[in-house]
Design a protein around this ligand. Structure first.
Ligand code: 13P
Length: 248
């Protein structure tokens, strides 16, 4: 039985005071967050601050994997995260792929470095509306995942979380149908089995992201291959993230 997992991706939002206050509230959810693994991904400058009073697990929205130190202006090293006792990283988010031109090879290298370094990696994949409409969403997602799988040591499987985030659903209020989510999550699990083996495929957590709210989370959480959510906008409000946690 896979334990559900929820990532709260705050993206580039919240002031310092708002971030501290929301993190404090989420950390005090008590037994509500015991049945689910929770990871908060705050804006990078607040990681150090929040890690001083760490409650809920923290994660970095981005990391520069391949090198530990060096002349990489503006980047965060895995070693910096280790120093802050942070064990989670988000890699391959469509916003990084689109706005910062991160390509598959670079994303794969970052993910492998983080997995080999003992981090839990939330690896994002997902298609645009154009790709969905031309019927190639599955092969698109397959290519994104196999660029990682080909380099991956299956022993690091328990530290991989796959986040299926259709780009057209992010921040739009549009959500795929239950059938579309079922089909894609099943496809991803099948791919894991094909590349590795059944125990790997059974263990890996596949989560959904894209306009996940307190209103739609409960139904999606019932689907057989949905092991949690990566939540953007709705994770910025205490009441909605609390309801989402309660609904899985
Ligand atoms: P929204 O929940 O705001 O659609 O964002 C999803 C997302 O990109 C999480 O990483």
């Amino acid at each position: 039985m896979r334990k559900k997992i929820i990532g709260a991706n705050w993206k580039m939002n919240l002031s310092r005071l708002e971030a501290e206050s929301l993190y404090h509230e989420i950390s005090n959810l008590g037994e509500l967050n015991e049945h689910v693994d929770l990871v908060v991904f705050p804006p990078q400058p607040f990681l150090g601050l929040l890690s001083l009073n760490a409650g809920v697990a923290l994660g970095a929205q981005n990391v520069y994997g391949p090198e530990i130190f060096g002349a990489y202006t503006g980047e965060t090293s895995l070693q910096h995260l280790i120093d802050l006792h942070i064990q989670n990283v988000l890699i391959g988010h469509s916003e990084r792929r689109l706005y910062f031109n991160e390509h598959s090879d670079f994303i794969g290298a970052k993910a492998i470095a983080a997995l080999n370094g003992g981090f839990q990696v939330f690896f994002c994949c997902g298609e645009s509306m154009e790709i969905r409409e031309n019927g190639t969403a599955a092969s698109w997602v397959e290519a994104q995942l196999t660029s990682l799988f080909e380099q991956m040591d299956p022993k690091s499987c328990s530290a991989l979380v796959i986040a299926y985030e259709p780009i057209w659903a992010i921040g739009t209020g549009k959500v795929p149908s239950m059938d579309e989510i079922t089909e894609m999550h099943g496809f991803i699990r099948g791919l894991c089995e094909q590349y590795f083996d059944t125990p790997f495929a059974d263990a890996i957590r596949i989560i959904y992201g894209g306009s996940c709210t307190a209103n739609n989370a409960r139904a999606m959480a019932q689907l057989p291959n949905v092991d949690g959510f990566l939540v953007g906008g709705a994770s910025l409000s205490y009441s909605s993230i609390q309801e989402i946690i309660a609904s899985v």
